[in-house]
Design a protein around this ligand. Sequence first.
Ligand SMILES: Cc1cc2nc3c(=O)[nH]c(=O)nc-3n(C[C@H](O)[C@H](O)[C@H](O)COP(=O)(O)O)c2cc1C
Length: 317
Amino acid sequence: MTPAPAMPASGNGGPSLAIRCGGIDFHNPVLTASGTFGYGKEFAGLLPLASLGGLVTKGISPNPRFGNPAPRICETAAGMLNSIGLENVGLEGFAAEKLPFLRTCGTKVLVNFFGTTFDEYVECGQRLGQLEGVDGLEMNVSCPNIKAGGIEFGRDPRVLGELVRACRNVIAKPLWVKLTPNTSDIVLLARACAENGADAVSVINTIGGMAIDAHTRRPRLATVFGGLSGPAIKPVALRMVYQIHRAGLGIPICGIGGIQSGIDAVEFFLAGASTVQVGTQNFIDPASSERVVREVEDFCRANGVTDLREIVGGLVV
Ligand SMILES: Cc1cc2nc3c(=O)[nH]c(=O)nc-3n(C[C@H](O)[C@H](O)[C@H](O)COP(=O)(O)O)c2cc1C
């Protein structure tokens, strides 16, 4: 892994946006979120991928998945619900068809992954971690644990800790864990990750929700329940990032949830995140993540911030 050059994002004497987070050196702190940016290539003609700090792929499982029946997306006030059902090309399809392009994309590549059993998580994480061109892994623990009656792996701190430990033992590359907000105590979940060897936590995944069509009296999603994302969830995400930061666990945080602008990203940095991911906004404006980088830089320049690290955790309470 080559360290990020300590240079301004613009290369013209502006603020330095270079930052280390979760064992990876990024040339700027803006990544794109899993499931909202395909496998990177789909967006290559829409923005220069090298302008991003990194990208996170669609979640990969050991075998290909077709996902849930339609309708599996619906718009809500200030956001959207999805029940895609983790559709993906599977481990070997990813390695053969998607990774060759990603090796050339000029930005850091994190591969999001999951399993439906403990063994699947370990198998998938181990194999992905061995692939050249993968800079780090992001483990999605918001997947139903079949053996435990469908409860998300990431909801129980004990189960989560065991899963992180099992994966850590077989993955040498940076391992990030993406936390579910569907919990009453996010700090307990972050602590389970920190104590079991995770390099960073990504905060947050979608919030469970549903939508109803009053006229047909039917749910708007075929699976009834889905995950809420977009600006509607930003206050929840900020709260959780800040709670984890304030707990002083020493684990870096990647902030996710409703980011539309550079100012939104700065709010996450102040709350304690050292990187951020842009998700739902990619559906509105596919080039928005590049704009977010520029706006973070503009904010720093306008506010006398010469190095992004000056504002991480800088919330004045
Ligand atoms: C259509 C869609 C698909 C997603 N797929 C995944 C996924 O495969 N793995 C994952 O960890 N998160 C997935 N997410 C969650 C996002 O990565 C992100 O955590 C969430 O949408 C909150 O960020 P946002 O408000 O900026 O969209 C998905 C979100 C959406 C909207």
